[in-house]
Structures are given as structure tokens and as C-alpha cells.
Design a protein around this ligand. Structure first.
Ligand SMILES: N[C@@H](CCC(=O)N[C@@H](CS)C(=O)NCC(=O)O)C(=O)O
Length: 222
């Protein structure tokens, strides 16, 4: 297969793009990146040419596309079989698959109320609507349960894997909006944010010039 190319959106805001990028990067896959600035007049047409769904991320290997962030993470696991992107232990692995898929299919209230925005930081935590609070509680419960099975590292199951990649944007959201967390959840967020790959992505995000004013305005909500 030719060298993979990952098509991503704006690094500052596109949480779905971050997930497979992080999995590929931490796993040491050799890949290139094409960035499409989203929500501009020309974006839709460009995305339609690159992606079967018109959404990012999409991984392109020659004439083969893999779309949907979780499917791309699975492809990363195939491209880097030695990276251990899923836990070796079958019980941990099935839980890891479950929590990665739970993230992929859910948490719409968190995604809408606390959108990823790597540029700014809220001055205070906003008061969370009930639906968001309930989802944050579920996130904490999920991470706590994963950490209770972890060994050999600070990530959800010990070493970094796809479950961490799928949840990584939530760590940035909790940081950005100063969501209060119990120590086990806070420690996991700090481990993710300290990853060299995460810092690399964030630095590139801070260099981007596009702004989404409606998303940026949410940082001032208290
Ligand atoms: N379920 C998809 C979600 C992809 C998605 O919503 N991508 C957004 C950017 S984060 C997008 O491409 N938006 C372009 C548009 O709405 O025009 C995945 O997991 O990859």
C-alpha cells in the first residue's frame, strides 16, 4: 500500500481529526497530512473530492479510503501491529473496544456544550446543564473503571492505546473549560495532555489563523 495520507480539519477545533492522528503518531506510523480548513465556502467541495462522506478525518492509501475516526484507529493498529494500540489481555481489550465505541457514538451534549477549542481557556468553569453533568459523570465512571484495570502506564489501560486516542479530545475540553474532576480522571487528562504528540498537535493548532467565533465565544461563558 502507498504511504498513508490522513486528511484532517482545523487542528484547533476538529476533535474527530485529532483522534486517529494521535493513534497514528503515537504508534509511529509513517504518514502525511492534508489539512482542509472547515466551514469555508470551498471546504465542502474539497472534502467531497477527498472523503466518501464529505467529512474529515479520512485516511487515504492510494485508491483506498478509510473513513470514520474509529475505523482509522483500527487501521492504525493494523499498520503498526507492534505498537499495542489495543491491550493484549482479552478482557481489557474488549473493555477498551467498548469504551472507544461508546465515545464514538455518544456524548453529544458534551460535544455541543464543550466543543474542542485548543486556543483559549475559560476563566471559570461554566455551570453544566443536567444532561452535560450526567454525561461528565459517565465519562468519569468510564475512565475510573478503565484505570482500575490498568497496569504499566498512566493511560486508560496502562500504555497508550486507541481508547486513549478516542477520549483525548475530551481531556482537552475538560482542560479548556476547567471542568472539575476527581484525581483519577484528572491524572489521566494530564497524561494525555503531556504526550509529545499532543503537544505537537496543539502547537500546530495555535499557529492556525482561522477562527470559529461562535465556538470561541463559549470560552467567555461562566
Ligand atoms: N463520525 C465521524 C465524524 C466526523 C465529523 O463530524 N467531522 C467534522 C469535523 S470534526 C467534519 O468533517 N465536518 C465538516 C462539515 O460539517 O462540513 C468520525 O468519527 O470521523
Amino acid at each position: 500500500m502507498p504511504r498513508p495520507k490522513l486528511v484532517i480539519g482545523n487542528r484547533c477545533y476538529s476533535s474527530w481529526s485529532l483522534r486517529p492522528w494521535l493513534a497514528l503518531r503515537v504508534a509511529g506510523v509513517d504518514f502525511e497530512v492534508e489539512r482542509v480548513a472547515l466551514y469555508r465556502p470551498e471546504s465542502a467541495e474539497r472534502l467531497r473530492r477527498l472523503s466518501p462522506t464529505g467529512f474529515v478525518p479520512v485516511l487515504i492509501e492510494g485508491d483506498v479510503a478509510t473513513w470514520e475516526s474509529l475505523a482509522i484507529c483500527e487501521r492504525a493498529a493494523e499498520l503498526a501491529p507492534g505498537a499495542g494500540l489495543w491491550p493484549d489481555d482479552p478482557v481489557r481489550r474488549t473493555v477498551a473496544r467498548s469504551v472507544a465505541t461508546e465515545m464514538h457514538g455518544g456524548f453529544a451534549a458534551i460535544r455541543q456544550f464543550l466543543p474542542m477549542n485548543l486556543r483559549g481557556r475559560a476563566r471559570r468553569a461554566p455551570s453544566l446543564p443536567d444532561e452535560v453533568r450526567t454525561q461528565v459523570d459517565r465519562v468519569v465512571e468510564t475512565w475510573t473503571s478503565c484505570r482500575s484495570r490498568a497496569s504499566g502506564g498512566p493511560f486508560l489501560f496502562g500504555r497508550f492505546g486507541i481508547a486513549d486516542a478516542m477520549w483525548a479530545p475530551v481531556a482537552t475540553r475538560f482542560h479548556t473549560y476547567r471542568v472539575e474532576l476527581p484525581p483519577v480522571a484528572r491524572d489521566w487528562c494530564e497524561a494525555v495532555l503531556a504526550l509529545p504528540a499532543m503537544r505537537e498537535w496543539t502547537e500546530a493548532a495555535l499557529a492556525e489563523t482561522e477562527r470559529m467565533p461562535e465556538t470561541d465565544a463559549l470560552l467567555d461563558r461562566a
